[in-house]
Write a protein that binds this ligand. Structure first.
Ligand code: ADP
Length: 449
């Protein structure tokens, strides 16, 4: 953020400097253009002579002060187009940008007198009088130079039938101004390299920031998953261990030893808990295998028979007879799989459907074999929040919901299922809608079944 502000400040400063440099270069190249150009000189002579006549009219009282500027305006209006064309031609000859506009404005007109000066015009509040050239406002242009025209004029005029000599001293202050339409484009063009580098640096910094935040979040997630796993496994190990402690204590006590019946029962408990501990450890060890470590022994099986058999066995193992399992197994073709592993993968999904299901659970298992073998297992259970779906197949990942954490698990089932599917060169997808249910789809690509 701070870096972007500094960068913005530097770019702004460079922009101002480049703009100032550009204006000063242009100013230099066009300054005194009308002094150096003979054609413009002639035009200037024309309006200056006419202006002097107007002032003389004022001096003899044949026009008022207010009429002077409108008269000036009508004089320059006649020659304005010619003036513009002439200086544009001159600019082209000097290789100055075509888009440049040029104007002269009047700042002051004063009739000088030894006793009292007579101010005919004085620029007020940044409101000058446009003399000749292009029309643009003060804000749109930049000053090129000031020029002061000082002249003493005398001429003869007939007043009331008498010839009289009129003479006056005039101070006529003007300012040359320019306007470069395309200056922004030109200045930005000069800054292109700087802008490009700035954008690249900005993107780089932003990219790095994004990357660090992203990896921080991932690290945090991994740390959370690890903590969860340690909590889960400790919880799982606690029950058999405390039973074992109790059983050993009882075995030590004399009364128990004397009765063979109870000692037999305790030994049985010890054995059972031992088996449970062994199973837990095996589950962690086996289900942690990556797909490269799984060596398949594929065989050709009839998809219909094989899948029905799995579902039949699964249905038999269920205590809750109210769970409904629909089947749409639309293939009688052969598939080439490792039966042992593939069954584990399917059972993991089916068991989850029951574990994370609701009352009146319905499971649908459908299979199609067109080109690819596609197996879908849907349930109408709790569903999974969208933001969790991304991590679902990660090792030890369990959905972070208290309600769900009442169900035992180590977060290995879906990880292992994915590894098995991957070992078969397949893919697994999940779709879920919270409170509506979840669908897992396994797709094994076409291979001469
Ligand atoms: P475990 O069941 O041991 O926690 P899994 O890897 O099998 O681990 O599943 C990971 C998580 O995915 C589960 O903790 C559960 O929150 C969620 N889950 C899996 N299957 C379903 C399902 N059918 N419906 C709702 N949630 C599910």
């Amino acid at each position: 953020m701070a870096l972007s502000l500094i960068q913005g400040y530097l770019i702004n400063n460079t922009y101002k400097l480049e703009k100032a440099a550009f204006i000063s270069e242009t100013r230099q190249s066009i300054s005194r253009i009308d002094d150096l150009s003979p054609n413009l000189d002639t035009i200037n002579d024309f309006w200056q002579n006419r202006f002097l006549n107007v002032i003389a009219d004022y001096k003899i009282g044949s026009i008022s002060k207010q009429q002077i500027l409108p008269k000036f305006d009508s004089i320059t209006n006649i020659i304005n187009n010619l003036y513009i064309k002439t200086y544009q031609k001159d600019l082209r000859e000097r290789n100055i940008d075509d888009n440049l506009k040029f104007q002269k404005i009047i700042k002051t007109i004063i009739l000088l007198d030894s006793t009292q000066n007579d101010t005919i015009f004085k620029q007020k509040n940044n409101q000058p009088f446009h003399l000749i050239g292009d029309k643009f406002s003060m804000d749109e242009g930049h000053k090129v130079s000031n020029s002061l025209w000082l002249t003493d004029h005398s001429s003869d005029r007939v007043i009331n039938g008498e010839m009289k000599e009129i003479s006056f001293d005039l101070q006529f202050e003007t300012e040359d101004r320019m306007n470069i339409d395309g200056w922004k484009r030109i200045v930005l063009g000069r800054m292109a390299l700087l802008l490009l580098i700035s954008i690249l640096i900005f993107l780089l910094v932003f990219g790095l920031l994004y990357y660090s935040i992203k990896s921080f979040i991932t690290q945090k997630k991994i740390a959370d998953i690890k903590t969860d796993f340690v909590n889960n496994i400790t919880h799982e190990l606690k029950t058999p261990l405390s039973t074992l402690t109790l059983a050993t204590k009882m075995l030590k006590s004399n009364e128990v030893i004397s009765t063979t019946e109870s000692s037999k029962a305790i030994v049985n408990t010890v054995e059972r808990q031992n088996v449970r501990l062994q199973k837990l450890i095996d589950q962690v060890l086996n289900n942690s295998l990556g797909y490269q470590e799984i060596s398949l022994q594929k065989e050709t099986v009839n998809a219909h028979t094989y899948l029905n058999m799995i579902v039949d066995d699964f249905q038999l193992s269920l205590n809750d007879k109210a769970i409904k399992i629909d089947r749409n197994i639309n293939t009688k073709q052969q598939i080439h799989i490792d039966k042992f592993y593939f069954t584990t993968a399917i059972l993991n999904i089916l068991e989850n459907a029951v574990k994370y299901g609701k009352d009146q659970l319905k499971i649908n298992i459908s299979a199609n074999l067109d080109k690819d073998f596609i197996l879908s297992i849907s349930d109408n259970g709790l569903g999974i929040p969208k933001k969790e779906l991304h991590f679902l197949f990660d090792k030890f990942y369990r959905v972070g919901n208290k309600e769900i954490h009442n169900v035992k698990g180590l977060g290995l089932g879906l990880y292992y299922t994915k590894q098995i599917v991957k070992a078969h060169q397949g893919k697994i997808f999940v779709k879920s809608e919270i409170n509506l249910g979840t669908t897992f789809t396994i797709k094994i690509p076409w291979q001469k079944w």
